[in-house]
Design a protein around this ligand. Structure first.
Ligand code: FNR
Length: 380
């Protein structure tokens, strides 16, 4: 991996190593993928102020997210099926994040279970919750996250119904999944990936199988999953979850100023300005374009975080400058994982850390905690 200099290089390598159906699952957005593209493109429209002849020594990227120390303000997003990018993917990513000193967020839809990740790590990780129709299952998941000593609950609000991704449908990644000779061929052309998968027992949704009612095989599991997202989810449910959990709570999937105000009133610890990486409402604005308005509306009431489209340290700095206390990367760490397992995730984090450090210095700043809108260049 010596010639890997940027996240794009990891993406190209992951594409060669991960079977097409799973690479596409990571690398897709809803419908036209317009919002997915806008998340990345809108970062390029923001320009930074170049400053010279200021002391750029002794720089620090250390900060906090919801009061928890981070070596840089970049967490790993919750992503479903991560153990299909690389065998035991959630465990490997959690360990890379732990070594790096940044939060790892385990998805409800992970392959490795809460208990698997807790056993393999030494520091607390965060758990992401989808509120399923089966509220007993939800209650039980929260208890399991507490037992695993998760240090924050990330409650996802923007998936009451599932957005549609053409690539997944074309690849047969649907409920129930359709396995065809094409899939077998896709896997056969990725022998390293096949060997990893043969060596692990974790190939299904670890948080669900054995815990949800009437889920016995892949087919019943995928039907259960598709039926369980709750279209009636409401702010009352948020209050219920907050009460049940009783610990640090982050509300994920806020893209509108009015929703941000509602979220701030719940007493949660943070919101994540997010459109689910462009996987839900195609046609929605990019996360970064909504960030300043949301920060202006609620920034003095609640910590504001951002995900969607971050592909470099420059992007992280722009988000921090526009008022995010913390950021998250989804696909960049998945590409790293597909490209090289734990080392690939570490490399993704390292690329972003170096870019962030140099960018901050060239903007004439030394401490990430003192970055404000003054580093954004005006004009054009
Ligand atoms: C996601 N995302 C997501 N979010 C969530 O709350 N629970 C989940 O299970 C998933 N699953 C998931 C799978 C995959 C393959 C991707 C790419 C994304 C959304 C994720 O947490 C985050 O919002 C975006 O990934 C951020 O955008 P970038 O960094 O991928 O551009």
């Amino acid at each position: 991996m010596s010639q890997i200099l940027e996240i794009r290089d990891l993406k190209a390598l992951a594409q060669r190593r991960v079977p097409k159906m799973f690479f596409d699952y990571a690398d897709s957005g809803a419908w036209t993928e317009g919002t997915y593209r806008a998340n990345e493109e809108d970062f390029h429209k923001i320009k930074l102020r170049q400053r010279v002849l200021v002391d750029m020594t002794n720089r620090s990227l250390e900060s906090t997210m919801i009061g928890q120390k981070v070596s840089m303000p970049v967490a790993l997003s919750p992503t479903g099926l991560t153990g299909m990018q690389h065998a035991d993917g959630e465990i490997l990513a959690a360990k890379a994040a732990e070594d790096f000193g940044v939060p790892f967020t385990l998805s409800t839809m992970s392959i490795c279970s809460i208990e698997d990740v807790a056993l393999a790590t030494t520091k607390p990780f965060w758990f992401q919750l989808y509120v399923m129709r089966d509220r007993d299952f939800v209650r039980n998941l929260i208890e399991r996250a507490k037992a695993a000593k998760c240090s924050a609950l990330v409650l996802t609000l923007d998936l009451q119904i599932l957005g549609q991704r053409h690539k997944d449908l074309r690849n047969g990644l649907s409920a129930p999944p359709k396995f065809t000779p094409k899939h077998i061929w896709q896997m056969a052309t990725r022998p390293l990936w096949c060997m990893q998968m043969l060596q692990t027992k974790r190939r299904s949704f670890g948080n669900i199988v054995g815990h949800a009612k009437n889920v016995s095989d892949l087919s019943s599991l995928s039907v259960w999953t598709a039926e369980q997202f709750d279209p009636r989810l409401s702010w009352d449910d948020v209050a219920w979850i907050k009460e049940l959990w009783g610990g640090p709570l982050i509300l994920k999937g806020i893209l509108d100023v009015e929703d941000a105000k509602m979220a701030a009133r719940t007493g949660a610890d943070a919101i994540i300005v997010s459109n689910h990486g462009g996987r839900q409402l195609d046609g929605a604005p990019s996360s970064i374009s909504m960030l300043p308005k949301i920060v202006d509306a609620v920034g003095d009431m609640i910590e504001v975080h951002l995900d969607g489209g971050i592909r470099s340290g420059q992007d992280v700095l722009k988000a921090i400058a526009l008022g995010a206390r913390g950021t998250y990367i989804g696909r960049p760490f998945l590409y790293g994982l597909g490209a090289g397992g734990k080392a690939g995730v570490t490399l993704a984090l390292d690329i972003i850390r170096k870019e962030l450090d140099i960018t901050m210095a060239l903007c004439g700043k030394r401490d990430i905690r003192n970055i404000g809108r003054d580093v954004i260049a005006q004009g054009l």
